[in-house]
Design a protein around this ligand. Structure first.
Ligand SMILES: *[C@@H]1O[C@H](CO)[C@@H](O)[C@H](O)[C@H]1NC(C)=O
Ligand SMILES: *[C@@H]1O[C@H](CO)[C@@H](O)[C@H](O)[C@H]1NC(C)=O
Ligand SMILES: *[C@@H]1O[C@H](CO)[C@@H](O)[C@H](O)[C@H]1NC(C)=O
Length: 195
């Protein structure tokens, strides 16, 4: 009787172990040790913060584009992320200014296009300013507002992007840039929320 109970318990344990094994092997990378047992590597900091972002693949790719990321602590990772977002937003703002300059030199420009671009210029200027304040805060160790500032930048760029959908004006080159910059701001919000 006792041995029957024991073997039932044993079976249950085996089921449990198998279940845990399945769960782990489907989530993160694993490797086989010299003894033939499977060792599951714990997810890296980059991987675990990126699971909270809107686009995991974009997030890991963007962060790992910086060689400091794999060994970075969370505050350094936040700085890397906000730097990427600030740089990208500044680049896109430059592109918007170029498009606006183009409309100034063309008397046939659609007024709605010009209005949407002017709105984008203002929104991007606000977004870049928020990200620069976030970088200053990271430098001085005042981490509290960083996630709020990054999400303000996200909203500013989203407002620019919406101006095109709603005004029925099209600028096909700008939308993918907006999406890119928004994902970088989202990534920054997610990382600075765990500091
Ligand atoms: C940053 O922005 C540029 C232009 O908008 C884009 O081509 C580039 O892929 C972006 N970089 C990242 C890391 O997303
Ligand atoms: C604006 O456009 C004009 C005409 O194409 C050009 O000469 C000028 O350099 C442009 N300015 C900027 C700031 O891009
Ligand atoms: C636009 O219109 C103004 C005023 O009519 C004119 O002086 C200018 O040369 C025009 N510019 C272009 C690029 O057609």
């Amino acid at each position: 009787m006792a041995s029957l109970l024991y073997s039932r318990f044993h079976l249950l344990l085996l089921h449990l172990l198998f279940f845990l094994f399945l769960r782990n092997s489907s989530s993160s990378s694993s490797s086989v040790s010299a003894l033939g047992t499977t060792i599951t590597d714990p997810p890296s900091l980059v991987e675990s913060v990126c699971t909270k972002s809107k686009d995991y693949t974009f997030c890991t790719k963007a962060l790992n584009s910086d060689p400091r990321s794999p060994s970075a602590e969370v505050t350094d990772l936040a700085r890397i992320s906000v730097e990427l977002a600030e740089k990208n937003a500044t680049e896109t703002l430059g592109y918007i200014k170029q498009l606006l300059n183009g409309t100034n030199n063309n008397n046939n420009t659609d007024d709605n296009l010009k209005k949407a671009l002017l709105l984008c210029e203002t929104e991007y200027e606000n977004g870049v300013a928020s990200l620069q304040t976030a970088l200053n805060n990271l430098e001085t160790g005042s981490y509290d507002d960083v996630n709020v500032l990054a999400s303000l930048a996200y909203e500013a760029i989203q407002a620019c992007d919406k101006a095109f959908g709603e005004g029925k004006v099209h600028e096909p080159t700008l939308s993918p840039m907006n999406q890119n910059t928004m994902l970088l701001c989202d990534m920054s919000t997610v990382i600075s929320s765990v500091i």
